[in-house]
Design a protein around this ligand. Structure first.
Ligand code: LMR
Length: 339
């Protein structure tokens, strides 16, 4: 062998060894899933995300690594949806109110006031054909819906008692980016202000807004109760999430990995839905115990007054949300139209 051919033999052998090492390290590199969300880790959604991480890593034997980023650490509400579409994160669990700006307005059906009499009514939609149909509408946006996570009923808060509809007059109320919620606040005489969840505490503290709607677990973990003197148990709306993934990422996963992740989603969904109600009850107890917020429950007569004021929102939103979607939701939730 000439010195030239010996050199080229050694070179080829080195290249082959390097290629082999790359293949081995590629084969061993875990698939990374970044799961971003806007709430605290110790909430139903935060705990559900952590349960998913645990199950996903366990059931894929470590071939998938899930990094959970709570409290808008990576992105705020609107930005996280864009990040998912771009593939900068693979997984989110935004509230259903946040799909309108994406152009999938049907999701705002879930924001219709007093639509659900209980959690079962909500689940009869998400677990039935309408829930599946709504997920299909996300696919052209590059998003795949995997599960719905429940987080119970919306309450109201402000620095003044909110008992009668008239108490809302002129109040600036923070809402999520849903036109139904916008119409709801206007119907009560308030001025809606769309704002990212991560900005809520500061906005309430500084008086940029006077009040908000929300669930007890978020009021407690975001310390809303420290900057709001009154909370009204009204159960006028409902908060729930869609666990979603970047569709291209999901479809590109090896079939066995996808199956393991599907089973992790299924079980973390059962878990998140099972704890939601208790978590919110416990959070409400802690808010009461803080002594910083007076908690008031609407009387049946007051509830009837709120329902009457909010009933026109259903009709008003038909052209945006779609009559067929609203009718299907009414049917699934056994909703009786308020007259
Ligand atoms: C909100 O913006 O109020 C909610 O979407 C927060 C949440 O629970 O995700």
């Amino acid at each position: 062998m000439t010195s030239f051919s010996r050199r080229s033999f050694v070179g080829t052998a080195l290249l082959a060894a390097a290629a082999c090492a790359t293949t081995v390290s590629l084969a061993q590199a875990p698939i990374s899933i970044k799961f971003s969300h806007v709430v605290a880790p110790d909430t139903p959604k935060g705990k559900g995300a952590l349960r998913f991480k645990e199950l996903a890593e366990q059931r894929t034997g470590g071939r998938v690594k899930v990094e959970v980023y709570p409290n808008s650490q990576l992105y705020k509400d609107k930005e996280e949806m864009e990040a998912l579409q771009l593939g900068s994160v693979q997984m989110l669990a935004p509230s259903l109110a946040k799909f309108g700006p994406l152009g999938v307005k049907d999701f705002e059906v879930f924001d219709l006031p007093f639509l659900f009499k209980d959690d079962a009514a909500f689940r009869s939609i998400t677990e039935g054909p309408l829930g599946a149909e709504l997920f299909k509408k996300l696919e052209p946006k590059g998003i795949k819906g995997l599960a719905y996570w429940d987080n119970g009923f919306h309450q109201m808060s402000a620095n003044k008692p909110l008992h009668k509809v008239d108490d809302f007059r002129g109040l600036k109320m923070r809402i999520q980016s849903s036109k139904v919620l916008d119409a709801e606040m206007r119907a009560l005489g308030a001025i809606p202000q769309v704002m990212a969840f991560s900005e809520l505490y500061q906005a309430l503290q500084s008086g940029v807004v006077d009040g908000t709607e929300g669930v007890a677990s978020n009021f407690y973990t975001q310390k809303v109760y420290e900057v709001q003197k009154y909370m009204t148990i009204s159960n006028h709306g409902h908060l729930a999430y869609a666990v979603i993934v970047n569709k291209k990422f999901w479809d590109g996963l090896p079939a066995d990995i996808r199956a393991a992740l599907e089973s992790a989603i299924k079980d973390s969904t059962t878990y998140a839905n099972a704890i939601a109600s208790t978590e919110n009850i416990q959070a409400l107890e802690k808010i009461k115990a803080s002594g910083k917020t007076t908690v008031y429950t609407l009387t049946p007569a007051e509830t009837a007054e709120w329902k009457k004021a909010l009933a026109p929102v259903h009709k008003e939103m038909e052209s945006r949300v779609g009559k067929a979607t609203i009718d299907a939701a009414y049917k699934a939730a056994s909703f009786v139209t308020a007259k």
